[in-house]
Design a protein around this ligand. Sequence first.
Ligand code: NDP
Ligand code: 8X3
Length: 254
Amino acid sequence: MIMKKIVLVTGATSGFGKAIAIKFAVNGCKLIITGRRNDRLKDLKMKLEQEYKTEVLALCFDVRNSAEVEKNIHSLPENWKVIDVLVNNAGLAVGMHPVHEGILEDWERMIDTNMKGLLYMTRFVAPSMVARRKGHIINIGSIAGKEVYPNGNVYCGSKFGVDAITRGTRIDLVPYNIKVTQILPGAVNTEFSIVRFKGDKEKADSMYKGFIPLTAEDVADAVYYVASLPDHVNVNELILMPTAQASSMHFHKV
Ligand code: NDP
Ligand code: 8X3
């Protein structure tokens, strides 16, 4: 079924965001793709336009900068202003230390990106949805937003924050017919762990040894599923795990 919607995906330069953009493009949507790495945005825009014959607007900005978020959303061209689906995906984990050894700069990056960035995007996109009484906000949380694990302290805190913000957003926007969904994946092998371990690819790869993690495409399928339901149906939250992962800390590894 062709879905004629305008979908904005943050963090589309890698991992889930890129897979989500492709999934919606394949299904006929117009895409607004965002991220900080402009070369990757340009490559993805070209791919989506050429392979899937869809229209794409690429916006390069940092979600942590509220002025940049406001400027980019408020200066959208007329034919891109009606955002039907906002996917708040941009996010990261940086560092993995016990709290007494935590690196303050890492904490700021996680909290500013995962919580404040998501809030800024919502703050500037939602008013047009409210005015139209229509729209869908899909936040990418994590199993780390339901269960804490050793040395996950601040990342988990930021995702518990996403969980609370998502629930609060749903309550605030229910009078305006706006759907609010949280997708909470378990382990997915993207650039996530490379960022977490600051470029140590060996350490990143070791996280996914001995079991089959989810792929970014599995997450994109779930996001597309919740976005394609009838107008009167909303998925509040969807926890998506590898079959070999029972909880944040319980893996069946062979
Ligand atoms: P990736 O590292 O592959 O992608 C992260 C994306 O976020 C990139 O496109 C990056 O773009 C963007 N991003 C990061 N910081 C900023 C910023 N300040 N401004 C704008 N964009 C930013 O990771 P994943 O695809 O795996 O992660 C996507 C989301 O899923 C994150 O919120 C993560 O917490 C969550 N998640 C990941 C899981 C996993 O196991 N991989 C499991 C559960 C949830 P750029 O660098 O170009 O700005
Ligand atoms: C990413 C999954 O378990 O590494 O959100 O925190 S986990």
